[in-house]
Design a protein around this ligand. Structure first.
Ligand code: SF4
Length: 437
């Protein structure tokens, strides 16, 4: 009897990579491979890499180098590097890591699958969509990859390549399969989801995809990440507001609140245009959960320009801000053309100011929810506490009760912190009243 091949996928980076690893794992399992927790004992070892920060790239490179003695001792093992470290040309990587059998760009698993097929003596049924075999209540579905925006601080377009969309019917079939496997909430993922479909025949857009996914039986919620302010159309806003399963939640990176900094970043919009967009979104969805990404200490950013960003945060009153200190990234336009001239201590100070400002805003906004009743999807139980999210993506801890994964519960909010809400399931209170009566 043939030895059953085992596999291990090591992943670093964003949700796109997590989703890619899950889909690759499903493909390997379809070929008869079995997952093992220990990397060194696997027959097929895959490292899924990230390059957004130099530290993440160094970590993946270090891991791959450390596999060299193992590969030399066991040449039959298959070692693969996947993800954003693999650009259009892998010659340099082949020179640096000659013990690696294949290099795969994000979502391009073919080279590895052909090697495993040859070893396992079986073939993948390419008519079936690739979806994780044991997904959770919520899962990510990559709908596009790459990006055409070329923001000056970002390496993604050079590594992930140009923005390419996956066909709409393929995505719907994948979501249908996920629903059959118990998934209740899907998050449609892309570096710029709002540009979805621009490269497909018939030019469907994100609104069309949301409409199609909203119709999948068994799916209770649909989200999408990440939006670009320039591509968030009226149609997308209307679809998000209108479709019952599509949650009122938008991550809309602003990156900076000053026009000169935005121009130096090549973001393609002004502060005023961004604020007008927020106004249109809030007019269509008054209770929308709005989050953003901000970089502090971008080359040349003055204290006054940073203050404009803080003012914008106060004006918009985001639900969450993902703040990052600028770090120069070789290969980007900013690295080539702009001096990283904001002192590290000043970057840290700006980061702290932004985080403190946001914590104050988030606490006030969460406190306003105390006493309201929210629909919460139960995702997980940790330390005896159930946790889930509201439609606007707020984390809620739910006290007590026999809950089930994937259950939708009405929760009365009793307490708030800047980062989460706490409450009690309403039907438990009703049950308690009935018993008392
Ligand atoms: S929109 Fe800008 S920051 Fe986002 S992935 Fe594209 S280039 Fe990078």
């Amino acid at each position: 009897m043939n030895h059953k091949l085992t596999y291990h996928i090591w992943t670093i980076g964003c949700q796109m990579n997590v989703a890619d690893s899950e889909r690759l794992g499903a493909a390997l399992e379809s070929l008869g491979c079995e997952h093992v927790a220990e990397m060194e004992s696997a027959d097929v070892i895959v490292l899924n890499s990230c390059v957004v920060r130099q530290g993440a790239e160094d970590k993946a490179a270090g891991r791959l180098s450390s596999l060299k003695p193992l590969k030399q001792a066991h040449p039959e093992k298959i070692v693969a590097l996947m993800g954003c470290m693999v650009g259009p040309n892998s010659q340099e990587l082949e020179r640096r890591f000659p013990h690696t059998d294949c290099f795969m760009r994000p979502q391009e698993f073919g080279a590895l699958l052909r090697l495993v097929e040859a070893r396992a003596g079986t073939c993948l049924d390419s008519s079936l969509p690739l979806a994780p075999n044991r997904p959770g209540v919520t899962t990510f579905v990559p709908i596009s990859h790459g990006c055409d925006k070329f923001c000056t601080f970002c390496i993604i377009p050079y590594r992930r390549g140009r923005d390419r969309s996956r066909p709409l019917d393929e995505l719907v079939r994948e979501v249908e399969l996920l629903a059959k496997r118990g998934v209740k909430e899907v998050t449609l993922l892309g570096q710029n989801v709002d540009s979805y479909g621009h490269d497909l025949a018939g030019r469907p857009d994100l609104a069309d995809l949301l409409t199609a996914v909203d119709g999948v039986a068994g799916i209770k919620r649909v989200r999408f990440l990440t939006s670009h302010p320039n591509d968030m159309s009226k149609r997308i806003i209307e679809a998000t507001a209108r479709l019952p399963k599509v949650c009122e939640f938008i991550n809309l990176p602003v990156q900076a609140g000053d026009d000169d900094v935005l121009a130096a970043m090549h973001r393609g919009y002004t502060r005023e245009q961004y604020l007008a967009l927020v106004g249109r979104i809030r007019a269509a969805m008054p209770g929308v959960g709005l989050t953003t990404d901000i970089i502090v200490g971008f080359p040349g950013e003055t204290r006054e320009q940073f203050q404009s960003t803080v003012d914008l945060v106060r004006e918009v009153r985001f639900d969450k801000v993902h703040a990052a200190m600028y770090s120069t990234r070789p290969g980007t336009i900013a690295h080539r053309t702009l001096a990283d001239d904001v002192e590290a201590a000043e970057k840290k100070r700006r980061h702290t100011v932004l985080e403190e400002t946001q914590a104050e805003i988030a606490l006030a906004s969460n406190q306003r929810m105390v006493g309201t009743t929210e629909e919460v999807l139960m995702e997980d139980e940790r330390d005896g506490r159930w946790q889930g999210r509201t439609r606007s993506n707020k984390l809620v801890y739910v006290r007590g009760g026999e809950r089930r994964h994937g259950e939708m519960v009405q929760v009365k909010i009793a307490a708030a912190t800047p980062w989460s809400l706490q409450g009690e399931a309403v039907e438990r209170q009703i049950a308690a009243l009935t018993m008392a009566g």
